[in-house]
Ligand binder design. Structure first.
Ligand SMILES: [Zn+2]
Length: 44
């Protein structure tokens, strides 16, 4: 199973379903670029 994400929301909803449990829209495959790591130190 691949992680899916619904980007219709301010806070993206991650799910394994093909459809968002909140808005019922089809979800997209979640790529790493969509996942922001909060603990990452700020550089520059
Ligand atoms: Zn949604």
């Amino acid at each position: 199973m691949k992680l899916k994400v619904c980007m219709n929301h301010k806070n993206y909803i991650y799910t394994l379903n093909l459809f968002c449990p909140e808005c019922k829209n089809p979800t997209k495959e979640a790529h790493y670029k969509f996942i922001k790591i909060r603990d990452a130190p700020k550089s520059g």
